[in-house]
Design a protein around this ligand. Structure first.
Ligand SMILES: Cc1cc2nc3c(=O)[nH]c(=O)nc-3n(C[C@H](O)[C@H](O)[C@H](O)COP(=O)(O)OP(=O)(O)OC[C@H]3O[C@@H](n4cnc5c(N)ncnc54)[C@H](O)[C@@H]3O)c2cc1C
Length: 383
């Protein structure tokens, strides 16, 4: 396969780069990081220019492009700034509605997301179920024309600020295996019995509110069932090919940004009478960083390309997610080393690169879970 981007894709990448370089300022990033504040103005601007809904179909307010185009935008956003790139996370879970929703659900819940008029999130994780989501403790029980939800979700991104959430519940606790008894619901967060409590003290991702969610007899109308009853687990797996590739894109952006900052710094920082870039130890570190970034980029583009051809490959997606997140952590860590003591301070962006990269090895399936997926596919594919 040849990864020459099409002219249109190059234009998308250039436009995202131009926008991010102009609008993503370090001052804004540091202010939002310090205050735990989401940059609403920047998000709205990005949405108005079509970046937030880049791969949402045009009939629902998006640009109708593919996952690869979304990858290019995410890469450029996170390259420009490892914190402000998170403005895109307002769409998390929209994939589930697009893939499984009715026409009414898509019109009602996707259009405002593409336009930057609403935020959403997706809630699977529970206090007792993180990697193991084969059975869930949050239950939804049918009562006439409504479903009644009870339970607790944790670590949910956007929880306190989302206008609606896709919530995965156990609808048939007796199902064997239990994952065949899970369903998804769209929950509007202004309903009775719903509470979101922000979890403080995160290492990174300070712009995004992460929360514990409480569902206490939350009633949702029957039409808010998303997709098929008891098929929620399979619908979730379908989404992961897309969102894990997006997460890998975020990682190559952070890593590329850390690499570029390191090359620039190494060129201007002098020790022993010469720029540190003249030391071979520094050159080799930069060479290793650049090689990892390029390898992660190719894996990620390839995973997105297969997805856009209608042939998503879970093994490739897991490889991209696992390798790109490791690369972002290693390259950001090396970038701190190249910057010496200055790299340890917030003023130099590489510290933020590291803190915001680290989460990618945990969310949407930890690196260990990605390796489990890769290994199980290897067992099937190599006889
Ligand atoms: C900042 C943040 C934002 C998040 N946002 C969301 C969100 O929006 N929505 C949502 O639903 N969730 C979200 N999560 C939850 C995230 O997806 C989980 O944290 C993740 O799936 C891991 O679950 P856990 O934390 O319970 O760890 P555990 O599952 O308890 O894992 C602990 C360790 O054991 C390892 N382990 C577990 N099982 C295996 C196995 N079978 N083989 C090998 N190793 C294994 C793990 O890899 C890990 O190293 C978020 C988490 C964080 C920290």
């Amino acid at each position: 396969m040849n990864f020459e981007l099409t002219d249109e894709q190059k234009e998308v990448k250039n436009a995202a780069r131009e926008f991010a370089e102009k609008e993503f300022s370090r001052e804004l990033a540091l202010e939002c990081e310090e205050q735990g504040r989401f940059p609403h103005g920047l998000w709205k601007k990005a949405a108005d220019l079509g970046f937030i809904g880049i791969n949402i179909p045009e009939e629902y307010g998006g640009q109708g492009m593919g996952l690869l185009e979304k990858v290019l935008v995410l890469e450029e956003f996170f390259r420009a700034d490892p914190s402000l790139g998170f403005i895109y996370i307002t769409t998390f879970g929209s994939e589930l509605i697009l893939n499984n929703g009715t026409e009414e659900q898509k019109k009602k819940y996707i259009t405002p997301i593409a336009r930057g008029e609403a935020m959403m999130g997706m809630a699977v994780t529970e206090p007792e179920h993180g990697s193991d989501i084969l059975k869930l403790d949050t239950v939804a029980v049918k009562d006439g024309d409504e479903w009644v939800i009870n339970g607790t979700k944790t670590f949910i991104s956007n929880g306190p600020v989302a206008d609606w959430l896709v919530v995965v519940c156990q609808t048939d606790p007796e199902a064997k295996p239990p994952y065949r008894g899970q369903s998804m619901f769209i929950v509007e967060t202004n309903c009775d019995g719903f509470e979101a409590v922000e979890l403080k003290g995160k290492m990174g991702m300070h712009l995004i509110k992460t929360s514990e969610l409480y569902f206490n007899d939350v009633r949702v109308p029957a039409e808010n069932l998303l997709g098929e009853e008891n098929k929620g687990f399979y619908q979730l797996l379908g989404m992961l090919n897309e969102t894990r590739t997006g997460l890998a894109a975020r990682c190559i952006g952070i890593a590329q940004g850390a690499l570029e900052r390191s090359v620039r710094y190494a060129r201007q920082r002098k020790q022993f009478g010469r720029p540190i870039i003249e030391f071979q130890a520094i050159q080799h570190k930069l060479a290793e960083m650049a090689t990892k970034v390029e390898a992660a980029r190719l894996l990620t583009y390839q995973a997105a390309w297969f997805f856009d051809q209608g042939k998503p490959d879970p093994m490739l997606t897991s490889m991209a997610k696992y390798y790109a997140s490791r690369t972002a952590v290693e390259v950001s860590n090396d970038a701190i080393q190249v910057h010496g003591g200055y790299g340890y301070f917030a003023e130099y962006d590489v510290e933020r690169c590291f803190r915001n990269a680290r989460i990618a090895e945990i969310t949407e399936g930890t690196s260990e879970i990605q390796k489990n997926t890769i290994a199980s596919m290897l067992k099937k594919r190599i006889r």
